[in-house]
Design a protein around this ligand. Structure first.
Ligand SMILES: NC(=O)c1ccc[n+]([C@@H]2O[C@H](COP(=O)([O-])OP(=O)(O)OC[C@H]3O[C@@H](n4cnc5c(N)ncnc54)[C@H](OP(=O)(O)O)[C@@H]3O)[C@@H](O)[C@H]2O)c1
Length: 300
């Protein structure tokens, strides 16, 4: 049986991939901060203490590396920023050392990075994988995380996905917009013109599967739908599904900044990101535009 190890498997993407690969008869194992007697295939690691249950790594064919503290979850204090970085970079280095210590590396390692690599911009240039990393916090976080993953390239096929906002019924962005949309109280953020590179979770699962199965796939790929959607278009589509129109003014940028601090940038800025590189490799998106993605999510 082909063995897959997933870090951060208890999160949105991890749960989906866990279920996806289990249904395809893979031997799916989790590397987590907590262990559960209910889940015998869950192994423990502690990034702060530099400890990994080595048994988890034995005979792993594919490593899917997702673990990292939630970017939007808590204010970006100095301590939180340190946690956002160390949970990703220290975690990756710890995994590398652990695989090295047992003298076995997976055939392929598929890692999550994010479109935050390109930074908090609001121009309409289309960015590709060869566009430079930004020098702001998320740009540096993603660039340094990706660089730490490069250690694996000597031993394993390495694929890094720069993921956009993941859309699914269970995604926070869908959960949080549902109620206001139902009462017609949903509105665009800031001027609403910022792009929101997104991907449907089903397409993302197919993309990870594609990376596992295609022995030739290597390198960095943007994991975003081909369509470019602004925050205003996204808001309008959700309202349309609820048979509403925007009735309240846009949420002013200064108010968002007051509530969320530096994190507001994640909602107020966004670029157009190209997925042409992965399309050219033969990957076909099922959810190419926001209407089809939201129609699936809302069972239309
Ligand atoms: N969802 C998106 O829209 C999106 C977009 C771009 C990139 N990404 C990236 O993709 C990865 C997975 O995303 P997701 O949405 O599934 O994230 P998520 O729901 O926040 O789950 C991340 C998982 O990482 C582990 N984790 C959390 N805090 C940690 C810490 N301090 N140290 C070590 N591990 C920690 C947890 O797993 P355990 O409890 O099992 O340890 C958690 O379930 C993340 O790195 C995220 O930055 C996500």
């Amino acid at each position: 049986m082909t063995k897959v190890l997933i870090t951060g498997a208890s999160g949105l993407i991890g749960l989906k991939l866990s279920d996806y690969f289990t249904r395809k008869s893979y031997d799916v194992n989790h590397l987590s901060r907590t262990i559960s007697p209910k889940n015998p295939k869950r192994f423990k690691w502690n990034i702060k203490k530099g400890k990994v249950q080595l048994e988890a790594l034995k005979d792993v064919d594919y490593l899917i590396h997702l673990a990292g503290a939630g970017i939007l979850d808590l204010p970006w204090t100095k301590t939180r920023k340190k946690e956002l970085r160390s949970s990703r970079i220290k975690g990756t280095l710890l995994l590398y050392d652990a695989f090295k210590s047992i003298g076995h590396f997976p055939k392929a390692i598929i890692c999550a990075s994010a479109v935050g690599y390109y930074g908090l911009k609001d121009d309409s240039d289309i960015l590709t994988e060869s566009s430079p990393a930004a020098t702001d916090f998320t740009g540096k976080l993603c660039a340094d995380w990706e660089q730490s993953m490069d250690l694996f390239a000597e031993h394993s096929r390495l694929i890094k996905f720069r993921i956009g906002i993941v859309l699914d019924k269970a995604a926070k962005i869908i959960q949080k917009t549902q109620k206001p949309a139902k009462y017609g109280l949903l509105s665009s953020l800031g001027n609403g013109r910022q792009y929101m590179p997104w991907i449907h979770l089903n397409d993302l699962a197919e993309l990870f599967s594609y990376a596992v199965h295609d022995d030739h796939l290597e390198g960095t790929y943007n994991a975003v739908a081909p369509d470019h959607t602004t925050n205003r278009e996204f808001t309008r589509e959700i309202l349309k599904i609820h048979q509403k129109r925007q009735m309240v003014p846009n949420v002013p940028a200064p108010l968002l900044k007051m509530i969320l601090g530096e994190r507001a940038g994640l909602l107020l800025y966004g670029s157009r990101i190209s997925s042409q590189k992965i399309i050219d490799k033969g990957f076909q998106f099922k959810y190419e535009n926001i209407n089809t993605a939201l129609a699936e999510i809302y069972d239309l």
